[in-house]
Ligand binder design. Structure first.
Ligand code: MN
Length: 195
């Protein structure tokens, strides 16, 4: 059984204002994430997935056609915990390791922006890293997640409408720009990379 308390919000609901309203966070964390957790608990009850941790559920269900709903809900739980941890105020300066990898801060943001703006419908944008190929920016559709494909995520952006609609309505590109400029806790990102 998973519980919302196992995935604590790393800041107060009002901490991301004015970029992301307390109302958005209250619904996104307290309703959307809570629902993915409740659905996951119902779906795994009595199955071989019931005793697995979240990562095990994701990598075992991704190729199990009978477990598509389990994969979707488990991946969304992982994706949301990761996304909320990436958000923060006060550590927004893009670190040298990122600007060096992409040829500059502006170049990093432009590549991220291009891939994010190319997402049609619901999905996610990720900065990933591995020791051989370095950093990459990828998009995943719906609930899909890099860890299901052996990729290590270091930064996530939720592009489902519920992530931004109360604050930005149809202006998704503005949400993407605001995320890149003002909402990333790069300290969390760097600490999580273990480079
Ligand atoms: Mn979401």
């Amino acid at each position: 059984m998973f519980n919302l308390n196992d995935f604590p919000l790393p800041f107060r609901e009002t901490d991301m204002e004015p970029y992301m309203s307390a109302e958005t966070i209250r619904f996104h964390y307290g309703k959307h994430l809570a629902t993915y957790i409740a659905n996951l608990n119902k779906l795994i009850a009595g199955t071989k997935y019931a005793d697995m941790d979240l990562h095990e559920i994701i990598i075992n269900s991704v190729n199990d056609e009978s477990a598509e709903k389990i994969f979707n809900n488990a991946a969304q739980v992982f994706n949301h915990e990761f996304f909320f941890n990436c958000l923060g105020r006060g550590n927004n300066a893009t670190p040298d390791i990122i600007s060096d990898a992409f040829g500059g801060v502006a170049e990093f943001k432009e590549k991220f922006r291009l891939i994010a703006n190319s997402v049609f419908g619901s999905g996610w944008v990720w900065l990933t890293h591995d020791n051989e190929s370095g950093f990459d920016i990828i998009a995943t559709r719906n609930a899909d997640t890099p860890i299901a494909h052996g990729k290590k995520p270091v930064l996530a952006l939720d592009l489902w409408e519920h992530a931004y609609y109360l604050d930005f309505q149809n202006r998704r590109a503005d949400f993407i720009d605001t995320f890149l400029d003002s909402m990333i806790d790069w300290k969390f990102v760097l600490d999580n990379m273990n480079l």
